[in-house]
Design a binder for this molecule. Structure first.
Ligand code: SF4
Length: 93
């Protein structure tokens, strides 16, 4: 079963996977490094915080909107899709 991510009262499915491009820089995390041109987390197999396991967690992030990230978000319902488009337009994203 796919995990559902919630943001601004909307629900999204996340598909895809990390392609280790490094574009997000994991929000300036001190554990993030580029090694041999691959984004690398030096505590990936350790005790990562939940926020790191969930990242990226919503479609409003710049790396998601730009299409650079290997992850994509799909609104769960038509109502979520409609409201999502309204928010993007209202926020001029
Ligand atoms: S931008 Fe997306 S694909 Fe690239 S390193 Fe970050 S999470 Fe992975």
């Amino acid at each position: 079963m796919e995990k559902i991510f919630k943001s601004h009262g909307l629900k999204f499915y996340r598909t895809g996977k990390c392609k280790r491009c490094g574009a997000c820089e994991k929000l300036d995390c001190p554990h993030f490094k580029m090694i041999d041109d691959l984004a690398t987390c030096d505590i990936y197999k350790g005790n990562r915080p939940q926020i790191c396991k969930d990242f990226p967690n919503h479609p409003f992030l710049r790396v998601i909107r730009s299409g650079v990230c290997g992850y994509k978000f799909e609104p769960v319902t038509k109502k979520d899709d409609k409201k999502f488009k309204e928010l993007l337009k209202a926020w001029q994203l």
